[in-house]
Design a protein around this ligand. Structure first.
Ligand code: SF4
Ligand code: SF4
Ligand code: SF4
Length: 267
């Protein structure tokens, strides 16, 4: 009997493309994966393009007006949209710019002498004031978190989708996995770790290797930052460090007056 392959496409917006690279790094699994799916678009790996796909994996943040039509078209074409990696799920390092004055951001990035500051006829600088997760513009069905993504989690989600099941994505804090592993809490070693408010699923990778969690998987639902700060204070550490640390990966969630460009729930 003919094995009908599911058509899958990969897309990228503002990102370092490291999450797509993680998929390409699945050298031991790729041949097996390709028995079940047909990849019809994946700019990092092939030049073909197609509008005919069932599942779209989208990496990267929305940062400029021309992203909008493109991502809405992807949503329209795909039955299932999966946000791939922290840039897509919650803005990641791109959203650090949201906390700065946009003119300072432009000047710092392109320099004082950049053409668009001198020539009124030049194409206007094409960027939004904020970098946004893709859910600000379209409906997202599933989220694969992390900077970069965890390949085991990618495979779990892909397998679930191919078998018509809902992927079982972790939603408890990093601390849970950390404690299950029997790690000594880094607070007791004088380090500030964001584990209590950050979504697990990475196997508490950083604290298990003696590094504090810096929050790459984004917040748990209803993070209690004040409670975390209280614990940090009780441990004799400086809770003010928390806000600085959260800026690295989680500036979007801390952005006031978030830009939301979604017209309706189906994007
Ligand atoms: S989540 Fe991290 S690794 Fe993935 S594209 Fe964004 S910056 Fe790169
Ligand atoms: S080291 Fe971090 S993740 Fe582990 S228990 Fe302590 S605060 Fe939580
Ligand atoms: S421990 Fe924190 S920073 Fe490290 S991989 Fe997990 S979520 Fe990301």
């Amino acid at each position: 009997m003919e094995n009908r392959k599911i058509k899958v496409a990969f897309f990228d917006f503002a990102s370092c493309e490291g999450c797509q690279l993680q998929v390409l790094n699945l050298e031991n699994e790729l041949l097996d994966i390709l028995k079940h799916i047909e990849i019809v678009e994946f700019r990092e790996a092939m030049s073909e393009k197609s509008d005919d796909y069932l599942i779209a994996f989208i990496e990267g943040s929305i940062t400029k007006p021309s992203d909008i039509d493109r991502i809405k078209k992807i949503r329209k074409n795909a039955k299932v949209v999966v946000a791939l990696g922290a840039c897509a799920t919650h803005g990641c390092v791109n959203s650090m710019k949201n906390t700065f004055d946009i003119e300072d951001v432009k000047r710092t990035t392109y320099g004082e002498g950049a053409k668009y500051f001198e020539d009124n006829n030049a194409k206007p600088f094409e960027t939004y004031k904020q970098a946004m997760p893709i859910s600000s513009v379209i409906k997202v069905d599933y989220y694969i978190r992390g900077c970069p993504i965890n390949t085991d989690e990618f495979l779990m989600v892909l397998k679930a989708l191919l078998s018509g099941k809902k992927p079982d994505i972790e939603d408890s804090p990093v601390c849970l996995e950390c404690q299950i592993k029997g790690n000594i809490c880094l607070y007791d070693k004088g380090e500030i770790c964001l584990g209590p408010v950050i979504r697990g699923g990475c196997g508490a990778w950083c604290p298990s290797n003696n590094f504090p969690c810096t929050g790459c998987r984004g917040f748990v639902d209803m993070p209690n930052i004040e409670r975390m700060k209280e614990i940090i204070r009780k441990k004799g550490l400086n809770p003010d460090e928390v806000d600085k640390k959260l800026q690295l990966f989680n500036s979007w969630d801390l952005t006031e007056d978030k830009l939301i460009l979604k017209e309706n729930k189906n994007g």
